[in-house]
Design a binder for this molecule. Structure first.
Ligand code: IMP
Ligand code: MG
Length: 180
């Protein structure tokens, strides 16, 4: 069973739902009367994105992009590549980039830089999880779900070797699974 590989549940389905609703309220307040464009960074943010966008009651468009960052098992590197680009033009739009987790910051600092060059009206970042201890590149995080300690977590979209994304909660993966 998938569950047997989890050391500890950090956030239950209920806790995630509550926090997602709080973030949605904050976004609605900040962008009242405006239209926003949510950009999901695949694949880790797909579940968070699906829940967040349904909790936001503002005119909203969605787009998706995918990046790969070369690194070993559980860490990313500074070398990031776009493997799937946006389908929409973002010029003049109010973007909110939706990520699963902000770790070293390598992936997002690269991504935010690319988006900036396309002249959106504004760009903000929303990440469900944040590991501040691990930051290598500074990244401004406007909407943060939860700060977490330096542990490898899975579930609610987050994977290890492409598995565990379908767990409905977020849990710490047993280190023996990834040889930690
Ligand atoms: P960064 O470039 O180091 O900030 O890494 C960001 C990406 O690494 C995230 O979007 C995740 O895909 C992945 N990542 C970082 N930490 C974890 C974790 O604890 N569990 C699963 N994926 C993670
Ligand atoms: Mg990711």
């Amino acid at each position: 069973m998938l569950e047997n590989d989890i050391q500890e549940i950090l956030f239950s389905e209920e806790q995630l739902k509550t926090r997602v609703a709080e973030i949605a309220r904050q976004i609605e307040t900040d962008y009242a009367g405006q239209e926003i464009m949510l950009i999901s960074v695949l694949r880790g943010s797909f579940i968070f994105m699906a829940d967040l966008c349904r909790a936001i009651h503002l005119p909203c468009t969605l787009d998706f992009m995918s990046v790969s960052s070369y690194g070993t098992g559980t860490t990313s590197s500074g070398q990031v590549q776009i493997t799937k680009d946006l389908s929409e033009d973002i010029t003049g739009r109010n973007l909110i980039v939706v990520e699963d987790i902000l770790d070293s910051g390598n992936t997002l600092s690269y991504l935010l830089n690319i988006l900036d060059h396309r002249h959106p009206a504004s760009v903000r970042l929303c990440a469900l999880l944040d590991k501040p201890e691990r930051r290598v590149k500074p990244v401004e995080l406007h909407y943060r779900g939860f700060p977490i300690p330096d542990a490898f977590v899975v579930g609610y979209g987050l994977d290890y070797a492409e598995k565990y994304r379908n767990l409905p909660y977020i849990g710490i993966l047993k280190p023996e699974i990834y040889g930690g």
